[in-house]
Design a protein around this ligand. Structure first.
Ligand SMILES: [Zn+2]
Ligand SMILES: [Zn+2]
Length: 342
């Protein structure tokens, strides 16, 4: 298409609030009447080999620069569409492969362990003038839409497949309209019609805490006055402890008992929180949030009751915040552990 090689493109959409890079790129392509792969080939040649990978995480700088140039978008706005913008906020340091704390895995190359890492809210999609995918939907603790209050979905309810934007032109190759992002890439189901599910609420203050965090995601976590990286890291460590398979660590059981809910069996095998399905994450994160609501008190009670040992509090935890060290240091001497009646 003429015009794609010039500096400014004929269509120059800016990212929508909290929009993901991949979603923005698809909208730009379809705005030009092109498949996203075609747009990329025409505009960038074969440089965009990352399209079949997690482009929102890899976010090559040259691509961000190109998009800024072609759409007249400020760099900060374009950068904010990438998961790298969470560096120093949700996870300490970016890396291209392996786990990043709180970032859901897509696992595009692992057919047997397909990741359900792209969540969506049916009501957000249904109320969008032009449906688009949100960056906050890639965050593992975000299980409830802070705008609509329903549980997010992590797969197509019709065919059970993951939401895979890289396959967007495969099922509906001629559908380059503005609503393309509202359809399942595997079976064409209209995701705006997905069932709206109410989330379980274990404990009102903990749910409010999670609601605050999900809401903060919508503004990119730029305000870190309440929850800084350290606090997110502690909650992540609590989730890791709660999903460990050790018989000596029963922190999840402790929190479930205290909240008066029945614990659920998690899928077997070692799995990071970021690769678990929405049901498991919603369960575990509520229990972790209950701890985080009053960490000093509740961790002390869990330790006193023998549900967790001192070593577990710090094991595999780098960059421990000072306040957390102060809390758990008290647990180093088991002789000081008073008898605790559960
Ligand atoms: Zn919503
Ligand atoms: Zn489907």
């Amino acid at each position: 298409m003429k015009g794609l090689t010039s500096s400014l493109w004929p269509i120059r959409y800016r990212p929508q609030p909290d929009e993901l890079l991949s979603s923005w790129l698809v909208r730009l392509a379809h705005g030009h009447g092109l498949k996203v792969q075609t747009l990329c080939n025409l505009a960038f040649g074969n440089r965009l080999q990352v399209w079949n990978r997690d482009i929102d995480r890899l976010a090559p700088l040259w691509l961000i620069d190109e998009l800024c140039l072609r759409t007249d978008t400020p760099f900060d706005v374009a950068w904010d569409t990438t998961l790298r913008a969470y560096e120093g906020r949700l996870y300490p340091t970016y890396r291209a492969s392996g786990m990043l704390s709180w970032i859901l895995m897509l696992n595009l190359y692992h057919r047997k362990r397909r990741g359900f890492g792209m969540q969506f809210c049916p009501r957000c999609l249904a109320t969008d003038l032009v449906p688009y995918l949100r960056k906050s939907w890639r965050v593992a603790f975000n299980t409830v839409c802070s705008l609509h209050g329903n549980l997010l979905a992590d797969r197509c309810p019709a065919c059970g497949e993951s939401i895979a934007i890289h396959r967007i032109s495969m099922v509906r190759p001629d559908a380059l309209d503005e609503t393309s992002l509202a359809y399942c890439c595997s079976c064409e189901f209209d995701l705006r019609k997905a069932p709206v599910l109410s989330p379980s609420v274990y404990d009102a203050p903990s749910s409010n805490l999670l609601y605050g965090l999900s809401s903060a995601l919508l503004s990119g976590l730029h305000d870190q006055t309440v929850w800084d990286l350290g606090r997110f890291q502690v909650m992540h460590h609590i989730c890791r402890i709660m999903t460990t398979r050790s018989v000596r660590v029963r922190l999840r059981e402790f929190a479930a008992d205290a909240c008066g809910v029945t614990d659920i069996d998690l899928v077997n095998g070692y799995r990071n929180f970021e690769t678990r399905n929405i049901e498991e994450r919603h369960h575990v994160i509520q229990l972790a949030a209950w701890i985080m609501d009053e960490p000093a008190l509740r961790l002390t009670h869990a330790w006193q009751a023998g549900f967790i040992r001192y070593s577990t509090f710090l094991k595999g935890f780098d960059g421990t915040p000072d306040w957390y060290v102060r809390v758990v240091k008290k647990f180093s001497n088991w002789r000081t552990r008073p008898m605790y009646d559960t």
